[in-house]
Design a protein around this ligand. Structure first.
Ligand code: 5GP
Length: 194
């Protein structure tokens, strides 16, 4: 079992509706030392990829992405959620459905910050149905840039996102893959060798 799986077992809480609560260390209160370990591990796993930018989505991806970026020594861009219908022409736009909040958001990235030469590592805290990732991938493609890799802290392996993204041929690394979780007992099972 790796360091993140151990921490999930210690402090994660299984909620009704297939939600894993990790707000005591990952996406509300943040354990920056743990983020540093996450950064080190992604640096190891993506050692062979060319990466000059990190892209994430607000809000909960930002903290992890910033610490990961220290290990790659590259800037972080976060896609901003925007409710406005009239988006000006100087941004890339994608539509993302939120798993936790059950609503649709447009996410935007300024054209100033993504260029065709960019080799992008996408980072996020969770992968569930894959909507957030699909949105980020489409923004990178709109810029004519390349997705060099995708690093996820926690993948919920019983939801389809991971398989869809791997089938598309992306280099996806998830540090913990939850294969099942039981709300009544609180039991969490991980995929081996995540
Ligand atoms: P997806 O777009 O892959 O369905 O969901 C990814 C996004 O939903 C993540 O950025 C994360 O914020 C949120 N999310 C999905 N599942 C969970 C969960 O079980 N727990 C928490 N805390 N967030 C989740």
């Amino acid at each position: 079992m790796n360091f993140l799986e151990e921490r999930i077992l210690k402090d994660g809480i299984v909620k009704e509706g297939n939600v894993l609560k990790v707000d005591s260390f990952l996406n509300h209160q943040m354990d920056v030392r743990l983020f540093d370990q996450i950064g080190e591990e992604f640096k190891r796993r993506f050692a062979d990829e060319k990466i000059n930018k990190i892209l994430t989505i607000e809000a909960s991806g930002i903290g992890i992405a910033c610490i990961v970026a220290r290990h790659f020594d590259v800037p972080v861009i976060f896609a901003k959620k925007s409710k406005s219908i009239n988006i000006e022409g100087d941004v890339y736009v994608a539509e993302v459905e939120s798993f936790t909040h059950k609503c649709k958001n447009q996410v935007i990235v300024s054209k100033k910050f993504l260029n065709p030469e960019d080799k992008v590592l996408i980072i996020d805290d969770f992968l569930a149905n894959g909507c957030a990732l699909q949105g980020l991938i489409s923004i990178v493609k709109s810029a004519g840039a390349e997705v060099s890799g995708i690093g996820i802290a926690i993948e919920k392996g019983f939801q389809p996102g991971g398989q869809v993204i791997r089938n598309l041929g992306f280099h996806l690394e998830s540090l913990a893959i939850v294969d099942s979780m039981d709300y009544t007992t609180g039991e969490i099972k991980f995929r081996e060798n995540a």
